[in-house]
Design a protein around this ligand. Structure first.
Ligand SMILES: Cc1cc2nc3c(=O)[nH]c(=O)nc-3n(C[C@H](O)[C@H](O)[C@H](O)COP(=O)(O)O)c2cc1C
Length: 184
């Protein structure tokens, strides 16, 4: 387990982040400080309402429907929003993951959002198959806006090979690849 640094404050207003946000296609390595600040403000814990742990990103029913994986330095980690840390889950091979191979060449850090289907299916039944995509969209917009506020280059990516992403994050039947987010 790798503890992430205390998140920094965001040095930009929401209005400025909305105005300056763009999708960008060249990237720099991300410092651990920026990675931790991005993850905390976009998809970290906001508050506790027992039995729920609620995120900066709302999800349907406040359920823990998403997993956030971080691919960096040839390794794959899962982001644990509590205790704000990375847990190593495997080694990374980005070849064959992206429909646009240039992402694999240019990316230093890739976030992978997968759906954790169990809790949502138990509560909502099959409608969770669409709801989980809304949860991912909310999280992606948070990532874009916090990324903009930190002056990071970001791009959401829906063009990926599902099986390659599943292999990357070692996901089982429960883990549905939803979206990638290249940042740095
Ligand atoms: C859900 C989502 C998926 C996207 N997938 C891709 C993708 O696979 N490849 C790509 O080059 N851009 C992708 N983009 C970036 C969009 O093309 C981009 O947001 C759009 O052209 C508007 O540009 P802007 O983000 O700079 O405002 C995606 C954006 C979103 C929100």
């Amino acid at each position: 387990m790798i503890a992430l640094p205390e998140p920094a404050d965001l040095p930009m207003t929401l209005a400025d982040a909305l105005r300056s946000r763009r999708s960008r296609y060249s990237y720099r390595p991300l410092s651990r400080q920026d990675l931790g600040t991005l993850l905390h403000h976009a998809v970290g814990v906001q508050r506790h309402v027992p039995p729920h742990v609620l995120g900066m990103n709302p999800t349907a029913g406040g359920l823990p429907s998403l997993r956030v994986h971080v691919v960096v330095d040839g390794k794959v980690f899962e982001y644990l929003r509590e205790p704000h840390a990375l847990c190593e889950t495997g080694s990374a091979e980005l070849t064959g993951v992206f429909a646009q191979e240039e992402f694999a060449r240019r990316a230093h850090t890739v976030l992978v959002l997968t759906g954790r289907m169990g809790p949502g299916l138990a509560k909502y039944g099959p409608r969770h198959y669409r709801t989980v995509h809304l949860d991912a969209g909310v999280a992606v917009q948070n990532l874009y806006l916090v990324g903009a506020a930190l002056d990071l280059r970001c791009c959401a990516v829906a063009g990926f090979a599902d099986d390659a992403v599943k292999a990357l994050v070692r996901g089982g039947e429960e883990d549905v690849p939803l979206v990638l987010f290249v940042v740095g």
